[in-house]
Write a protein that binds this ligand. Structure first.
Ligand code: FAD
Ligand code: NAP
Length: 533
């Protein structure tokens, strides 16, 4: 029996393996893909890049690593992030303990031995004391069930499952369905190549310019000279695990004068990126305050898109800004000024079916050669629930989570001992710079396994009481904000039949981190630690 099975070889799985090895804990990683990288292995669509600055969207655990790596752009592209993860794997010699092309299909807890029997799609099984899900929050792509899709004679792609060979758009008519972060990143790039792009938009999203540029040498150096302090700031003092001067201003948008507000929004619009949302302290909790920011972005859309008839349907009206993941783009709105781009608002003409030659809406048939689905993921619970996980008394996780996920700290779930989820539901995860959240979870889990070993213990399990209290706290935190108002993937609204539950913890990363540390210092409060009988 090995100590730990780790499922997934993205940012989470790679660091988990490295950390356990450092502690002398044996581990094997199983990865469904042909190679490592997770998100950055699968999402190869044109225009894919991070929306947290590269200097921060990277591991902090090894100073030599962060000093030696050079990012070429403010926001690194998918190929560069993938190169970085490969560098990390080589540098720490990780590949030898990763089995690729291997999907974990089931994990069954053996109560007598206090260990997990992990089933692989190749037919074999592995016994491990601990099972660690590093399966990703956004790793199960969702293609909507549209009548006639199978009949389409052209090429079909999903952004989250992009082929490894180059996709040629030249002289081709392309439909892009979906205008979330992926659609907004890929549409401008495809439009530069394709004969025509038809964008099928169900809900317009708010997007802020990235102003992506080659990384300035002085800027890079200022980060490298101050990494320790800035990383500490991101880890210990930030709600979103991002270090940025004056990220969140402690001023209400409603107390500021209209001129002050405009000045602040203009300033942040010029900086670009996610910091826009933190201009005032009440944008996430007060609809009136939020509307001042939403109106500002609406005015920018109208100023950018020259045809008012195209600009208007691009202006979001049905959700407060930020309550769906804010998008960060490169020339997205400008793209609608091109002659070869047509916006189809599905509010006016919904898709009725896909025909062998294109997409038919209520009003018209659009003949296309390629359909790109930028339709998102079964987020946060999809990958874990795809595995048949059985805990105490053979109870399945799917059964336990029928009405929504229940976890303690987003790390463990009661009645499933020794099963950890990295950035699981109920943790800040997708509301933060994910690499920081991943490092925090990996380090917490590694320390926990080390603690169990040094105290000659075999198992750890969340108590039902601690879990209930945490779930209530996660819900209360969400309900104190505007976030639950939006039909977003944060509440599972993009997946038909998924229970409407706010999935991540919105109480803030720094606070959450402190809570996790307190739990440990109080002897793993809320967990039951035991020796195998
Ligand atoms: P993943 O990278 O998703 O890796 C999980 C791996 O587990 C996958 O390779 C998958 O194949 C494997 N797996 C799943 N189930 C099984 C199974 N049953 N058996 C075997 N293997 C399995 N976050 C940010 O903070 N900033 C960003 O700028 C940002 N940009 C993003 C851009 C895109 C296009 C997407 C989709 C997400 C982005 N994210 C971003 C979120 C991103 O997912 C995380 O930042 C991070 O990469 C997650 O790493 P992970 O290792 O936890 O999960
Ligand atoms: P997403 O945000 O869920 O967006 C999916 C889009 O597809 C939405 O516009 C949605 O419309 C639309 N859609 C879904 N089903 C549809 C249907 N049946 N018909 C028409 N439209 C449909 O997915 P995503 O863009 O892949 O992004 C997911 C997350 O990944 C992001 O929120 C972000 O966290 C991460 N990401 C980050 C970056 C980055 O900038 N670094 C890039 C990509 C992804 P509705 O809104 O109406 O549902």
């Amino acid at each position: 029996m090995i100590d730990a099975v780790i499922v997934g070889a993205g940012f989470s799985g790679l660091y988990m393996l490295h950390r356990l090895r450092q502690l002398g804990i044996s581990a094997r990683v199983f990865e469904a893909g042909d190679d490592l990288g997770g998100t950055w292995y699968w999402n190869r669509y044109p225009g894919a890049r991070c929306d947290v600055e590269s200097m921060q969207y990277s591991y902090s655990f090894c100073d030599d690593l962060q000093q030696e790596w050079h990012w070429s752009e403010r926001y690194a592209s998918q190929p560069e992030i993938l190169r970085y993860l490969n560098h990390v794997a080589d540098r720490f010699d990780l590949r030898k303990d990763i089995r690729f092309k291997t999907r974990v299909t089931a994990a069954i807890f053996d109560e007598t031995l206090s260990c997990w029997e992990v089933h692989l799609d190749r037919g074999d099984r592995v016994l491990a004391r601990f099972c660690i899900m590093a399966t990703g929050s956004l790793s199960i792509p969702k293609i909507p069930d549209i009548k006639g899709l199978d009949s389409f004679k052209g090429d079909v792609y999903h952004t989250g499952q992009w082929p490894h060979e180059a996709v040629h758009f030249n002289d081709r008519r392309v439909a892009v369905i979906g205008t979330g972060s992926s659609g907004i990143q890929t549409i401008p790039v495809i439009a530069q190549q394709a004969a025509h792009v038809y964008v099928f938009q169900r809900t317009p999203n708010f997007s802020i310019p990235a102003y992506n540029v080659p990384l300035d040498v002085d800027y890079e150096q200022s980060w490298k000279s101050n990494y320790a302090e800035r990383r500490r700031h991101a880890q210990e003092s930030s709600r979103i695990a991002i270090a940025a001067e004056g990220t969140i201003r402690n001023i209400s948008a409603l107390e500021a004068t209209p001129e002050e507000r405009l000045q602040e929004y203009e300033k942040r619009w010029k900086i670009g990126g996610l910091v826009f949302l933190y201009a005032f302290n009440d944008l996430a909790i007060n609809n009136e305050a939020n509307k001042t920011a939403a109106d500002f972005v609406g005015s920018k859309i109208r100023a950018t898109v020259s045809d008012a008839a195209i600009a208007e349907p691009l202006v979001p009206r049905d959700h407060p800004i930020g309550t769906k993941r804010l998008c960060v783009d490169s020339h997205y709105y400008e793209t609608y000024n091109r002659d070869n781009v047509t916006l189809i608002s599905l509010r006016n003409e919904n898709i009725q079916e896909i025909t062998p030659t294109g997409i038919q809406t209520k009003n018209k048939t659009y003949d296309v050669d390629i359909i790109v689905f930028a339709t998102g993921f079964d987020a946060m619970t999809g990958a874990v629930l795809k595995i048949d996980i059985r805990g105490r008394a053979g109870r399945t996780l799917r059964e336990k989570w029928t009405e929504g996920p229940r976890t303690y700290l987003g790390l463990m779930t009661a009645a499933f001992p020794n099963l950890f989820i990295i950035t699981g539901p109920g943790s800040p995860s997708v509301l933060t710079n994910m690499v920081v959240s991943i490092e925090q979870h990996v380090e917490w889990i590694a320390e926990c396994l080390h603690h169990l070993r040094t105290h000659h213990l075999d198992s750890i399990e969340a108590t039902v009481e601690a879990e209930d209290a945490w779930v209530e706290h996660v819900n209360d935190a969400a309900n104190a904000t505007l976030y639950p108002m939006a039909n977003s993937w944060y509440v599972g609204a993009n997946i038909p039949g998924k229970p409407r539950v706010f999935l991540p913890y919105i109480g803030g990363f720094a606070l959450y981190r402190k809570k996790c540390e307190e739990v440990v210092s109080r002897g793993y409060e809320g967990f039951r630690l035991a020796k195998c009988s």
